[in-house]
Design a protein around this ligand. Structure first.
Ligand SMILES: Nc1ncnc2c1ncn2[C@@H]1O[C@H](COP(=O)(O)OP(=O)(O)OP(=O)(O)O)[C@@H](O)[C@H]1O
Length: 577
């Protein structure tokens, strides 16, 4: 009887999953289609950050979504990092991996090969290459010595064809909050780091609250991006590196073979979705419950679909997250049975938005550094340090140039252009020593007419506003522009800075302090009206701000500022004054 009950329960659950999976598949296909679009416009989205601060929404539906995506962690490992010079990322993990014998035996079988996780990184990056190699996989993630990060070549002997094969892209975050906290190291830049952070431990869970609670006193929570760092980036079992589940993003009932590296964003783009057109009834295959996994230390581009079996086979850590996800799923299914239609709709809507947001995390917003990547002690190409749309700087990852360049070459070009620009702030600026005579713009100046966006035009009163601001500046008068709401003060202010930049050769640094709620609008308007200016959005928690200062502040190896505008909020300004 009990057995019957449990099997019925399990059937119910699978039926629910099947229904949900149909939805998911639909969404996945849409998302993949969207990704195409995103990829093509990605380079334009240099300023497409999402400034939503994570909050603890108490509403039942919002909560459920949040919980569904933020499972408890059960693994606790340390990862190393250290602060080095500019353009010099933190040390990476040494992830030399030995494959256990039983796994290797399994690897001979087709099923495990498809899972790809035993050889996953190398294969993940096999864009444009043939499929699985017969070589026994032996991955290494070399930890580079600090002095090796300066971009000097060690050797030219390594393959430099641009192929992804045998090239490792280490996507470690340059600053590991946990180790930083543990070591109590203090950055040159931020005294906040020396303040011990509070960690929250409940029983076996190792979820750590990285909010800089002590030093954030008096700061409006909305103004500081918060998130919870979960697991360590490297886990080892008997000295063998294993991957760790960071988050379970969603689930589906999929084709049993549609798992592993073949399901990464880039492999799907390159070779097609192995789960495409899957229909159990037509193919006769038994569908398998699969989870979309965000891996610790890897960007969302490297997310893979995995089944519980494939996760076990690869000795993945963080399996508790799967359990928690399934548990949460059951609770939601149960809740759906009795909840109001209205709440369910709201919940679905939130879920959809959350998934859309996740798609955004695969879009490169900005490249902020580069280095020669090293594999097996030799140079094997260039890696770019990528800031992802909608994610804070602390989530930046190193990515292979061939991988990123495939979709975001314009963003890479923009980075190199910024790096080489000599339009950087200088104390020798003539206009700052002696204010030039006021020059009135009778018509909208050309520098505001940007390429393909020349449909934009300053309105008459905005041109007057611009002239008024410039006249005040010439006379060294302070000024406050105040008019009716929504008349375009943002645009007038940006036009003014752009006029200083283009017309008077004043390249900053300009400090623009705005309310958090208008931050995205400011960023967008800067992008539209002054795309030549290097605008840095200085926000986020201590780690993010550290990274911004480390990579976005100065030209490498110098003390020369390399940005023109720093855009921040009042709260952050007070914090880092
Ligand atoms: N010349 C223009 N061309 C196109 N769009 C414009 C122009 N001027 C203003 N807008 C649009 O009008 C909207 C309101 O502008 P903006 O937010 O700059 O006004 P504001 O005066 O700063 O508002 P507030 O007083 O609320 O801060 C924005 O979406 C902006 O893009």
């Amino acid at each position: 009887m009990a057995e019957n009950d449990s099997s019925r329960e399990s059937m119910d659950e699978d039926a629910d999953l099947l229904a949900a999976a149909a939805d998911d598949e639909q969404r996945l296909q849409e998302a993949t289609a969207e990704s195409d679009g995103e990829a093509s416009v990605g380079s334009k989205s240099e300023s497409g950050s999402d400034y939503r601060a994570e909050n603890g929404d108490d509403q039942p539906s919002g909560d459920e979504i949040g919980d569904l995506h933020h499972d408890d962690d059960d693994d606790d490992e340390e990862a190393s990092s250290s602060g080095e010079e500019e353009l010099v990322p933190k040390k990476r993990q040494n992830r030399s991996r030995k494959i256990p014998e039983d796994v290797l035996r399994y690897a001979e079988q087709d099923c495990l090969r498809r899972s790809g996780r035993q050889r996953k990184e190398v294969q993940r990056l096999e864009v444009g290459q043939g499929s699985d190699s017969d070589e026994k996989p032996k991955r290494t993630r070399k930890r580079q010595k600090p002095d090796d990060w300066n971009g000097n070549s060690l050797s030219d002997s390594e393959d430099s064809s641009g192929s992804f094969v045998e090239r490792r892209t280490v996507t470690r975050r340059p600053v590991n909050k946990r180790s930083k906290r543990k070591r109590g190291s203090s950055s040159d830049f931020d005294s906040d780091d020396s303040v011990p952070r509070r960690s929250i431990r409940k029983g076996k869970t190792s979820q750590v609250d990285y909010r800089d609670v002590d030093s954030d006193n008096g700061i409006d929570d909305d103004d500081v991006l918060e998130w919870q760092e979960e697991d360590s980036q490297t886990a080892t079992v008997d000295g063998v590196a294993v991957e760790t589940v960071e988050r379970v993003l969603k689930h589906r009932l999929g084709r049993p073979t549609a798992i592993g590296h073949a399901t990464t964003y880039y492999n799907v783009e390159e070779r097609g979705d192995p789960n495409a057109d899957f229909s159990a009834t037509v193919s006769g295959e038994t569908p398998e419950r699969q989870y979309l996994i965000k891996w610790v230390g890897w960007s969302h581009m490297h997310n893979t679909w995995e089944s519980e079996a494939s996760l076990h086979l690869m000795n993945a850590k963080g399996m508790k997250k799967i359990e928690n996800y399934v548990k949460r799923l059951r609770e939601i299914t149960e809740w759906r049975r009795n909840a109001d239609k209205e709440y369910i709709e709201y919940f679905d809507c939130e879920q959809e938005m959350s998934e859309e947001l996740c798609e955004q995390y695969k879009v490169v917003e900005r490249v902020i550094a580069h280095q020669v990547s090293r594999e097996r002690g030799t140079d094997s190409g260039t890696e770019y340090f990528v800031k992802w749309c909608g994610l804070p700087y602390s989530e930046c990852t190193w990515e292979d140039s061939a991988l990123i360049g495939r979709w975001y070459q314009k963003t890479i070009d923009a980075y190199h252009e910024r790096s080489q620009s000599n339009r950087i702030p200088s104390k020798l600026c003539q206009a700052l020593r002696r204010r030039p005579k006021f020059h009135k713009f009778e018509t909208m100046p050309d520098f505001l007419l940007i390429n393909d966006r020349n449909e934009q035009e300053l309105r008459d009163y905005q041109l007057d506003g611009l002239n008024w601001l410039l006249r005040a500046w010439s006379k060294q008068n302070c000024s406050i522009l105040a008019d009716e709401m929504g008349l375009g003060k943002t645009i007038q202010s940006i036009s003014f800075l752009s006029a200083l930049y283009h017309f008077h050769d004043v390249y900053g640094p300009f400090l623009v302090v705005v309310p958090l709620s208008t931050m995205a609008a400011w960023q967008r308007e800067f992008d539209n009206w002054a795309p030549d200016m290097n605008v840095i959005v200085y926000m986020g928690d201590v780690v993010s701000r550290d990274i911004i200062r480390q990579f976005e502040w100065y030209s490498p190896g110098t003390k020369r500022l390399k940005f023109n505008v720093v855009l921040t909020t009042y709260e952050i300004l007070l914090k880092d004054k």
